[in-house]
Write a protein that binds this ligand. Structure first.
Ligand SMILES: Nc1ncnc2c1ncn2[C@@H]1O[C@H](COP(=O)(O)OP(=O)(O)OP(=O)(O)O)[C@@H](O)[C@H]1O
Ligand SMILES: [Mg+2]
Length: 226
């Protein structure tokens, strides 16, 4: 795959902003770079919704999948392949097969960055993504409350086992609450803070033309560190 850098965004805790932040950073990067987004969330695909993609993905020779281009970003999500409103009621092996197909069969252009939006949890999706593809960096997205940090620890321990580089963490102030607790864990583990997303109505009602200052700042930091 002609991709220069692959960066996964994740955290075991659900609903902390992984998908919104992945899409926001993709938008900022795409101003100067060629960018793709791979939605690795098979049970709850969101990238097709965030990028307002209504068309279905097309297949060449019934094999390779053509990603859908939106705002100059190439996006592939199982939500553009299956019926968005139906749940993929699949067990682990089927889930892994679907992720493998998205990874191995998508015909990306030459990309500077491929961003992967990871699902919550620490299950099959992690093992499949990190075994199938050389992910250069992982960015942890988290709120700073105790429950999210507790789940973040699980994510970090799994990434350490899988020997994945952790570029740093982004804290998401999703509930508009000045939360300065619980940073000690990251300091102890020497995990860098890449920036903070503030509560933002435009993120809540995701607008694909909106670049927040937080997203721009974090994008600059990411580019300086990869
Ligand atoms: N900084 C923010 N300001 C306002 N709303 C936000 C912010 N970040 C995320 N949200 C909102 O919080 C909700 C959860 O965000 P999102 O779906 O991106 O999280 P997630 O971690 O990807 O969830 P999941 O674990 O289900 O994949 C969404 O409704 C989103 O619009
Ligand atoms: Mg998500």
């Amino acid at each position: 795959m002609p991709i220069k850098k692959i960066i996964a965004f994740g955290s075991a805790k659900g609903g902390v902003g992984k998908s919104s932040i992945t899409a926001s950073i993709a938008l900022c990067l795409s101003k100067t770079k060629s960018v793709g987004v791979l939605d690795a969330d098979i049970y709850g695909p969101n990238q097709n919704i965030l990028f307002e993609i209504s068309e279905k993905a097309t297949f060449d020779d019934n094999k390779s999948i053509r990603p859908i281009k939106k705002n100059n970003i190439e996006v592939i999500s199982i939500g553009s392949i299956l019926d968005q409103d139906k749940a993929a009621a699949w067990r682990g092996p089927m889930l892994s097969r679907a992720i493998k197909q998205l990874i191995n069969s998508t015909e990306w252009s030459d990309l500077d960055y491929l961003l992967i939006d990871m699902p919550p949890g620490t299950g099959d999706a992690y093992l499949t993504v990190f075994n199938e593809i050389k992910v250069n960096h992982f960015i942890l997205v988290t709120t700073l409350n105790a429950l999210a940090i507790s789940d973040a620890k699980k994510t970090i321990s799994l990434l350490e086992k899988l020997d994945v580089d952790i570029l740093g963490y982004i804290s998401n102030n999703i509930i508009n609450f000045e939360d300065v607790l619980n940073k000690n864990y990251f300091i102890e583990k020497n995990i860098k803070n890449l920036g903070n997303f503030n509560f933002d109505k435009n993120i809540y009602n995701f607008d694909i033309n909106y670049e927040s200052q937080d997203a721009l700042d974090i994008t600059t930091t990411i580019e300086a560190n990869v």
